[in-house]
Design a protein around this ligand. Sequence first.
Ligand code: HBI
Ligand code: FE
Length: 285
Amino acid sequence: MDTPRNTAPQPDARAEFLATVASRSQHGLRGDYSNMRDDYTVEQDYALYTPQQQDIWRRLYRRQHELLPGRACAAFASALARLDFADAIPRFDVVNEQLAVATNWQLVPVPGLLPDEVFFGHLAARRFPVTVWIRAPEEFDYIVEPDIFHDFFGHVPLLFDSRIADYLQAYGLGGLKAKRLDALKYLARLYWYTIEFGLVADPDGVRAYGAGILSSPGELRHAVESPDAQRERFDLIRVMQTRYLIDDFQKVYFVVDSFDQLFEETAPDFSLLYRALERLPELDP
Ligand code: HBI
Ligand code: FE
């Protein structure tokens, strides 16, 4: 596994990213990007969370936790049982002690969405970026950008699973290569249809492992149970050809047989695959 190069982008790339953050219509990205380190990380200043925000966390956690039985995959459920963050917003440094022992990953606090190559660089070094801010009360049921509840409740438990932990690092390394091959859109689809919205064929039925599903009350029921959700067997080429929706439930979900299949299918070098994909049609979901 080649060691990832220092991916902190050059100052001009940073300035460019911050300009896009600020200028994106009136809905610039939510986070405070003004005092980031070179690698876009910040401190998780725990004292800043208000009692109201702690209460939002508890209510989000309780609602989601009640929906998990029969819908979340076994690996997620067992990892969640080993964690204890129902009563308050988790402290990343406390979780990092457990995570380091379990799969040698670390959570790093970030202001929000990062440029692709910065994000990949963290994953390649077994660092998972977790947003520090939490949604407002009026966003209780739906939020556009990932907040700490999406990132932590949705993604962190499966970082304790060794196969997902290795898959995510391989994904980060692949992402750095895809950036150089100008093939990011294919990997973004792979991330979307696995880590964010993936389903797995558990022994007792199809279950969710994607963070976007596991952290959403509506989508957890829709993806696992709804008759009008399309569920297809995972097919790497098909996944990389299929566009995705970012502001509604997914139209199609891909089901892997196991996390081992996910890791094996995505282990080979993708350079030839990208060239073949250039000549294939893009598919609407
Ligand atoms: N940044 N903080 C953060 N979290 C993500 O999940 C994330 C990101 N930047 C880009 C991104 N995801 C996706 O475009 C991936 O496909 C790279
Ligand atoms: Fe996510």
